[in-house]
Write a protein that binds this ligand. Structure first.
Ligand code: UD1
Length: 418
C-alpha cells in the first residue's frame, strides 16, 4: 500500500512543473481505439490510473509504446470488445471505454463501475443517452452488454452536466449516422481537450467548453497526435500546499484560467497570486483568514476535486469557513482524518463547517480517496511534527511523484513501501 511520512513546518520555496491532466488523458486514451490507426499522446503523466487504462487498451488488442510522457497507441489490431471485472475495478472511470468500444465495434461488454469511495457512482445518464442513439443494453450476471446495429445521431438533454456522460456521448456520436446534439453538456476543460483530440483525428465536433455540443457523426477517423492540457486539480493542490505551509512557489505548465475559482478563494484567504502565460506564482506569508462559503459546482464553478485540499488550508485559517458539497454525496471522508490532526470540523449532510485552529499536529492517518489523501498531505506540510499517511496508493492514482515535487521545494516528505 505504501505510506507518506511528512515532517511538517518547512516553508516551501522553488518551482514545480505541473504534469498533464489525469481526467483528460484517460478519455483521450480511450478515444484512441476509434480510428483503428496510430495515435500519439504527449504529456501523459505516470499515474496508476494511466497504467490501468493502458492495461485495458492492451487487453483489447491495442499495441502500446510508452516513452517518457508519450504514449503511442496502435489500435489497428484491436480484437476485443469486453473489459474483465478485475480491470474495471482498478479504475471506476473505465466506463469511459463504453462509448469508445461501442463506436469502434458495435458491441461493448463490461461490469458496472458500482460504488466507489465517493459514494454511489451511477451511470444512468450514460446508458440512456446511448440507448437514445440506438444502442441496446442488457444486463447478465452483473455485466452489461451494449450492442447496436448502427448508432444514430440524437438530441440529448442531460439532466446533470455529467463529465463522463458527455465524454461517452461524444465518443459514441463520432461513429453515429447523422448529428448528435448534447444540451446541458459538461463544460470542463477536459471535455474541450477530448474534442481537440477527436477533431485532430478527423471528427467533426464543435461547442465543447460550452453547454451545447454538436457532433456530426460518420467521419472516418485517422492517425493523430495530441498534447494533454495541464492538470488543474494538481495545480490547485500545489497552490494549497503553499497556502498551508507558507512560502513562495512558481508553478509552471499551468492554465491559470482553469483554476480561477481556487485562485479567488486563496486570494480571499490572504495568499498573493500572480499569473503570466502558463505560470502561476503564489506566496503565503502569514496566517490566512477564513473565507466566504465554498460551494462545489460543475465547471466553471468551484471544483469538487479541490474541496478537500482547500479544506485542509482552512483548517488553520483564522475564523470559520463553510463548505457545501453539491456534486458527490460521500466527499467528506477526509474530515475524520483531519480531525485526528487537531482540526475542528463539523459536518451535516452536504455541509461542513471548518473552525480554524492555530496549528495542526502530526498524526497517523489514512488516505480515504485520491483528493482526500492530497488534503492530508497539505495538512501535514503545515502541521507541527510527524504525520504518517497510510494507503498512499489512493494518492498515486492522480499525482506523479508528489514526494519528489514537494521535496524539491523544501518539504520533508518521503514515500515508504509497505
Ligand atoms: C469526473 C471526474 C472527477 C470529478 C467529477 C466531477 C474523471 C475521470 N473524473 O467524474 O474527478 O470529481 O467529474 O467534476 O474525469 N451522475 C448521475 N448519473 C450519471 C452520471 C453522473 O447521477 O449517469 C451524477 C454523479 O453521481 C455526480 C454528478 O452526476 O453526482 C457528477 O458526476 P460526473 O460529472 O459524471 O463525474 P465523473 O465523470 O464520474
Amino acid at each position: 500500500m505504501g505510506s507518506f511520512i511528512i515532517n511538517g513546518g518547512n516553508r516551501l520555496c522553488g518551482n514545480i512543473c505541473v504534469h498533464g491532466a489525469k481526467n483528460s488523458v484517460l478519455p483521450v486514451l480511450a478515444a484512441t481505439v476509434l480510428s483503428g490507426e496510430r495515435s500519439v499522446i504527449y504529456g501523459c503523466p505516470e499515474l496508476t490510473d494511466v497504467d490501468s487504462t493502458i492495461k485495458i487498451l492492451r487487453y483489447l488488442g491495442c499495441r502500446i509504446r510508452r516513452e517518457g510522457g508519450s504514449i503511442e497507441v496502435d489500435s489497428s489490431g484491436m480484437t476485443g470488445d469486453s473489459i474483465p471485472d478485475v480491470l474495471m475495478r482498478e479504475m471506476r472511470s473505465s466506463v469511459i471505454f463504453l462509448g469508445a468500444i461501442l463506436a469502434r465495434t458495435g458491441r461493448a461488454e463490461m461490469t458496472y463501475p458500482g460504488g466507489c469511495e465517493l459514494g454511489p457512482r451511477p451511470i444512468d445518464l450514460h446508458l440512456s443517452a446511448l440507448r437514445s442513439m440506438g444502442a441496446e443494453i442488457t444486463e447478465r450476471g452483473g455485466r452489461m452488454i451494449c450492442e447496436t446495429v448502427g448508432l444514430k445521431g440524437a438530441d440529448i438533454d442531460l439532466s446533470i452536466p455529467s463529465v463522463g456522460a458527455t465524454e461517452n456521448i461524444m465518443l459514441a456520436a463520432t461513429a453515429a449516422e447523422g448529428t448528435t446534439r448534447i444540451f446541458n453538456a459538461a463544460r470542463e476543460p477536459e471535455i474541450y481537450d477530448l474534442q481537440q483530440f477527436l477533431n485532430r483525428a478527423g471528427a467533426r465536433i464543435s461547442g465543447a467548453g460550452g453547454p451545447y455540443i454538436e457532433i456530426e457523426g460518420g467521419a472516418k477517423l485517422h492517425a493523430a497526435e495530441h498534447s494533454i492540457i495541464p492538470d488543474r486539480i494538481v495545480t490547485a493542490t500545489y497552490m494549497c500546499a503553499v497556502a498551508a505551509a507558507g512560502g513562495e512557489v512558481l508553478l509552471e505548465n499551468v492554465c491559470p484560467r482553469h483554476v480561477a475559482t481556487v485562485t479567488s478563494v486563496l486570494r480571499e484567504a490572504g495568499c498573493r497570486i500572480g499569473e503570466t502565460g502558463d505560470r502561476l506564482h503564489i506566496s503565503s506569508e502569514r496566517r490566512l483568514n477564513a473565507v466566504h462559503p465554498v460551494r462545489t459546482m460543475p465547471y466553471p464553478g468551484f471544483p469538487t476535486d479541490a474541496q478537500s485540499p482547500v479544506m485542509a488550508v482552512m483548517a488553520t485559517a483564522d475564523g470559520a469557513t463553510v463548505f457545501i458539497e453539491n456534486i458527490f454525496e460521500n466527499r467528506y471522508r477526509h474530515v475524520g482524518e483531519l480531525m485526528r490532526m487537531g482540526a475542528d470540523i463539523r459536518t451535516e449532510g452536504r455541509v461542513a463547517v471548518v473552525f480554524g485552529v492555530p496549528r495542526l499536529h502530526g498524526a497517523e492517518v489514512e488516505a480515504t480517496d485520491l483528493r482526500g489523501g492530497a488534503a492530508l498531505i497539505i495538512a501535514a506540510l503545515g502541521a507541527e511534527g510527524r504525520t504518517v499517511i497510510r494507503r498512499a496508493k489512493h494518492i498515486e492514482r492522480g499525482y506523479e511523484q508528489i514526494e519528489k515535487a514537494l521535496g524539491g521545494i523544501g518539504a520533508d516528505i518521503e514515500f515508504q513501501e509497505g
